[in-house]
Design a protein around this ligand. Structure first.
Ligand code: ZN
Length: 445
């Protein structure tokens, strides 16, 4: 009798565990579907925009009748690469291309097999198209350097972006005293000087500006990786995850979240809503920064990015929010987390060129915002879904999130994870216009 009971209990546990892991699998697959569906849409829109820019540049070159043979060949090559990219876009499965609401289409796949196939179709379309961005850029830039050499508009955009990026890179340099005098620090300081003089000199050409920006990022990346090494972080070799907290600051909760992280020697990245920063919240944000936790923007009023672009409220929602946050933290904003994960080509462009900022998305949703969420559900969803390189979405405005955090940190550590910031995770200084879903899924600009 006892034996039978034991067997029944064990069998019951096995069934329960089986159900739980099936549910975990479904959650993970649904998250992957949304991630890769939106990745595909962002890449597709960007490739389309780049191909249009390439065609316009080639047409302008032809109209201005630059006739040197080598130049004509270069411009012809640009047309070809743009046409090939457009062709690659057209080769995407028509059913995949036609999907405008990724979340709805993912949620509609009820069977595990259908959901899995949907994820693979999105992933495949994304990975086929992604290399086109680099291919167009590599041919576009040399032609642009020649055709746009003294173009005032192109210069203004380049100057603006360099000016937007420099304060953040300067803060990186300033905040890492141990590396400033090393060769790597001198390299970054020289790149900063070069970028400043390129931006300040009215005679500098498009090429000078592009080169200065390129060098600045190369050196900032080297410096970021050296800082990681100094901190004993190498997310290429060991498993890391980046916890992120949106919608704050909410003084009591945000303080508890930061304290839990500090207690365990961990770091996270925060995305503050500009409109939520009152006098009481300023010291909280200042402390985040002091403890090495970057604070990015989550817009001024928690509005979706496409809606901001349509309403024409970019200045308030992006620029003013970034100013308010950086006044509180003492550090420039170089990343923005879109409310509800909604971003588009127009908002990427604005953030890249006006704010010099990238976009931080996520591949793991803790669902701490959902109705009925509890400390237990949040802990379970995070630990069940986290993978090496994940960026994890949480909110420092919920009691249950603050309550779950110490347990999440313990559980992730027990699984071998190190909890780091997004910059530490990617080993890259955040790039204007780039979209970061995870360490392994980064969309270039
Ligand atoms: Zn939010």
């Amino acid at each position: 009798m006892v034996a039978a009971l034991v067997i029944m209990t064990l069998a019951g546990s096995a069934v329960l565990l089986g159900c739980l892991s099936a549910y975990a699998w479904y959650r993970r697959a649904l998250a992957d579907c949304v991630e890769w569906g939106t990745t595909y849409r962002l890449i597709d829109a960007h490739v389309a925009a780049l191909a249009d820019q390439a065609d316009a540049l080639a047409a302008r070159d032809a109209a201005e009748s630059r006739t040197a043979n080598s130049e004509a060949r270069e411009t012809q090559r640009l047309r070809t690469v743009a046409a090939e990219a457009s062709n690659q876009r057209r080769q995407t499965d028509a059913a995949v291309h036609a999907i405008t609401d990724v979340r709805v289409s993912c949620a509609a796949k009820q069977s595990p097999v259908a959901l899995h196939e949907h994820v693979e179709a999105f992933r495949d379309a994304s990975n086929r198209l992604r290399p086109e961005i680099g291919r167009i850029r590599s041919v576009f830039e040399p032609v642009a350097a020649r055709v746009l050499e003294h173009d005032p508009q192109a210069r203004a955009v380049a100057v603006n972006r360099i000016r937007a990026v420099m304060p953040g890179v300067r803060a990186l340099y300033r905040d890492t005293p141990g590396l400033r005098d090393a060769g790597i620090g001198r390299g970054l300081r020289d790149a900063l000087t070069q970028a400043a003089s390129a931006a300040d000199n009215p005679g500098s050409t498009y090429r000078t500006l592009a080169d200065a920006e390129h060098t600045l990022f190369t050196k900032a990346d080297e410096f970021t990786r050296a800082r990681n090494t100094k901190r004993g972080i190498d997310c290429g070799r060991t498993a890391c995850v980046a916890l992120t907290f949106d919608d704050g600051p909410r003084v009591d909760i945000s303080r508890r979240v930061v304290q839990s992280l500090r207690d365990k020697g961990d770091r996270a990245t925060f995305f503050a809503v500009g409109g939520a920063i009152d006098d009481a919240a300023i010291p909280v944000l200042r402390d985040d920064t002091r403890y090495g936790m970057p604070v990015g923007s989550h817009t001024m009023s928690h509005t979706d990015l496409p809606a901001i672009m349509q309403a024409g409220t970019e200045r308030q929602e992006f620029d003013d929010a970034a100013t308010r946050i950086s006044e509180a933290t003492g550090r420039p904003v170089n990343l923005l987390r879109p409310p509800h994960g909604a971003a588009d080509e127009a908002s990427r462009r604005y953030l890249a060129n006006h704010l010099g900022a990238g976009i931080a998305l996520y591949d793991v949703d803790s669902y701490d915002w959902a109705v009925g969420a509890s400390a237990r559900s949040v802990q379970w969803k995070v630990t069940a879904q986290a993978r090496p390189g994940s960026i994890i979405l949480m909110h420092d405005i919920h009691e249950h999130t603050a309550a779950a955090l110490p347990h999440i940190l313990d559980a992730l550590r027990a699984k071998g994870y190190r909890m780091v910031t997004i910059e530490e995770l990617t080993g890259q200084y955040p790039r204007p216009g780039y979209v970061y879903y995870s360490r392994d899924n980064i969309i270039p600009w």
